[in-house]
Design a protein around this ligand. Structure first.
Ligand code: CUA
Length: 339
């Protein structure tokens, strides 16, 4: 085969280039994208990004133009442009003014991002674990905390103060449609107030490499109308519902018999008080399981229980691959019923 025949034809090149461009641009939107802001912070960050990008591009093009001009212009014409004036205006005045304006704008944006909200914020605690997210909504005194995992629900229009900590290594909390990254540092508490201005289901992602399954440390963020949010929050504070049918009761018994409760808490179920893994009290109401590895459903729950090490190697949960089919199905059906 000659080198020429091994090279792609122009048509193939155009097709591949077009395909790559479409794929790249297709990533510029959707539930995990900085280009589709769903709140004021993300809007400010996107505007800042465009101002810096367009400004930087314009300056780059200008400088390239001057270099090109210097290369091709005849010496007598170049002399007219060069000299003290070019150094003064191009080398001092322009960069000083441009950098001062951009620095001021960038500092103003940063201060707007960290401003104290006028309204009393809702408080949410997020704790990073390798590789999942614990989410707690502290209750008023005498009221139990609502605890969930890998899913954060927030009311539209109300500021939410997210407090982040980590149980092990450094992670980073990031919902691109809502805000910039917040690092979770061992021994340190970070805070950020975020607001969503329209109902949406978004995807958040750990943004700091934290081990083998860092890529599968995602979560869902559901922004919904305040009334729906309050109903959800109230339900989350309650213990697990009583099984309504024999199969579900069987599932609960099998869950206890298999020792799942040593790592998972299901409030209201005896011997299910572990806190190594996610609280499963209302696992059936979540969009995702295993920190975004699977979309929730009875099949996904059964698959995860049977082969968690295959789906997400090195995570703390062992694969229960010796369970017989009916037992696995009963546990998965019971978990799915915990809404
Ligand atoms: Cu947690 Cu990456």
């Amino acid at each position: 085969m000659t080198l020429r025949s091994a090279m792609p034809s122009l048509a193939t090149f155009r097709f591949r280039f077009g395909l790559a461009a479409v794929l790249l641009l297709a990533a510029c939107g959707g539930p995990q994208s900085v280009f589709e802001p769903r709140g004021p912070d993300a809007e400010r960050l996107l505007t800042l990004t465009w101002v810096l990008f367009i400004g930087g591009t314009a300056i780059f093009v200008g400088v390239m133009g001057l270099i090109g001009y210097a290369l091709v212009a005849r010496p007598d014409r170049t002399r007219r442009l060069s000299g003290n004036h070019l150094v003064l205006w191009g080398g001092f005045v322009f960069p000083i003014v441009t950098l001062a304006v951009l620095t001021t704008y960038s500092a103003w944006t940063t201060s707007a991002l960290t401003a104290t909200p006028r309204e009393e914020p809702l408080r949410v605690e997020v704790i990073g674990h390798m590789w999942w997210w614990e989410v707690r909504y502290p209750g008023e005194p005498g009221m139990p905390d609502a605890v969930t995992a890998n899913e954060i629900r927030i009311p539209v229009g109300r500021p939410v103060e997210v407090t982040v900590t980590t149980a092990d290594v450094i992670h980073s909390f990031w919902v691109p449609n809502l805000h910039g990254k917040i690092d979770l540092i061992p021994g340190h508490v970070n805070r950020r107030v975020i607001t969503a201005h329209e109902p949406a289901v978004m995807r958040g992602q750990c943004a700091e490499f934290c081990g083998a399954q860092h890529a599968w440390m995602a979560f869902a963020v559901v922004a919904e109308e305040p009334e729906r949010f309050e109903e959800w929050l109230e339900r989350q504070r309650e213990p697990a519902p009583e099984p309504r049918e024999p199969l579900l009761r069987e599932g609960r018994e099998a869950f206890i018999a298999q020792g799942c409760g040593a790592c998972h808490r299901v409030r209201g179920v005896p011997l299910a008080e572990g806190d190594l893994g996610p609280d499963l009290t209302h696992v059936g109401s979540r969009h995702l399981i295993a920190a975004g590895r699977l979309e929730n459903g009875v099949g996904a729950l059964a698959g995860w229980i049977a082969s968690s090490q295959h789906l997400k190697p090195e995570n703390l949960m062992p694969s229960f691959d010796r369970l017989d089919g009916p037992t696995l199905r009963a546990i998965a059906r019971w978990l799915e019923s915990l809404e």
